[in-house]
Design a protein around this ligand. Sequence first.
Ligand SMILES: [Zn+2]
Length: 189
Amino acid sequence: MLKQNGHLNKRIHTIDWFKGTMGEPLQRVFVPSVTEDDGGSIGLGCFSSEDTAWQVLRAFLKKSEQMLLQACSVVVWDVDIVGDEAMTVLSSMECKDCPVCGRRTFWIDVDNFSALCHGTACSAWIEENTVDPEIIDCGWPTIRFLKQNKSIEEAVESLFKLGDRLKSAGESRMDEVRAQSLLEEQTND
Ligand SMILES: [Zn+2]
């Protein structure tokens, strides 16, 4: 019976399978957690589905501008197994200062070459191009900014330039930078 379920090691399908077998004991749990700047870890719960774990983590990251965080992860644990084989890191992200809004809310998934600012009204992002994986897209929805780049470094650099332009524009000409003032309103509340 266990052999037949080799696919269980792949994510998502697992949980549907368990749900479909009512009465089976829970065999895997999904644990989202964040690490604070001082190294302290905050567990966000322990869930029977990966989807729920992600929902809880994303909801928490929305509030991450109110605290200084360093990293986050979703880990799956197989129960009743001794040792570190019981644990698989599904995904981990690092938190950096956002190149555009400057807040510590820019979450980078290094494995998937993607990043997103969870700061209010910012949402600056970086993602691998869906058609050409050689291209790294980046953007800032507030002014529909979109740029294609050759590397993740170049994408980060593009967002930094945008952030710099917003800052300098904000100091000289206010009417051209509704976006910037919007950002500041959000920051002040
Ligand atoms: Zn931002």
